[in-house]
Design a binder for this molecule. Structure first.
Ligand SMILES: [Zn+2]
Length: 171
């Protein structure tokens, strides 16, 4: 079984049983989903199976383990990709909630940690990013950049209207 994302199919509306997101489209698999076809929720990455009435049911662990090894691997791979990119199934909801995106903002000697360069983790949220309690501090800016870069993150230069204490942000 191959999951390519070239094909997109209009489907009867179906809700993800795991997160409640409502979808009216499915992408991938080379042919239009039919009862028994496997899918992945774009919003929560749950592994799903179309029922006889083309509703979505969550694949149980036992059902998953009965699948051929290559299908298990492919489902795991796509589920992981959905978590990081979200690109499997499109929703017609006006404002689909997306998984929160993590970003790290580096500050130059902030007032609460005046001896350090500090990277703070923020998560995207519908209105404005929310700061988490995760903080990495270092005497040198280079060390913070090494740590963030080693996580596979990419540096975004500061915007002109960013707070003057902000050095840059990593996504
Ligand atoms: Zn879901």
């Amino acid at each position: 079984m191959k999951f390519n994302l070239d094909n997109e199919y209009e489907m009867p509306e179906a809700a993800c049983p795991a997160c409640g997101a409502v979808f009216d489209r499915a992408s991938g698999s080379g042919s239009k989903p039919e009862p028994g076809s496997l899918s992945i929720c774009i919003r929560c990455a749950a592994m799903l199976q179309f029922t006889s009435t083309l509703e979505l049911a969550e694949l149980t662990a036992a059902e998953f383990l009965e699948l051929p090894d290559d299908v298990q691997r492919e489902l795991r791979r796509i589920s992981a990709a959905v978590v990081t990119t979200g690109a499997m199934v499109q929703s017609r909801q006006p404002k689909p909630e997306r998984p929160a995106l993590s970003m790290w903002t580096i500050y130059d000697h902030p007032s609460d940690l005046p001896e350090y360069f500090v990277a703070r983790q923020w998560l995207t949220a519908p209105d404005a990013p929310v700061a988490t309690s995760l903080v990495i501090k270092s005497i040198t800016l280079e060390r913070l950049r090494e740590i963030l870069s080693a996580q596979g993150l990419v540096c975004m230069p500061r915007a002109p209207n960013d707070d003057p204490g902000i050095v840059e942000t990593w996504l």
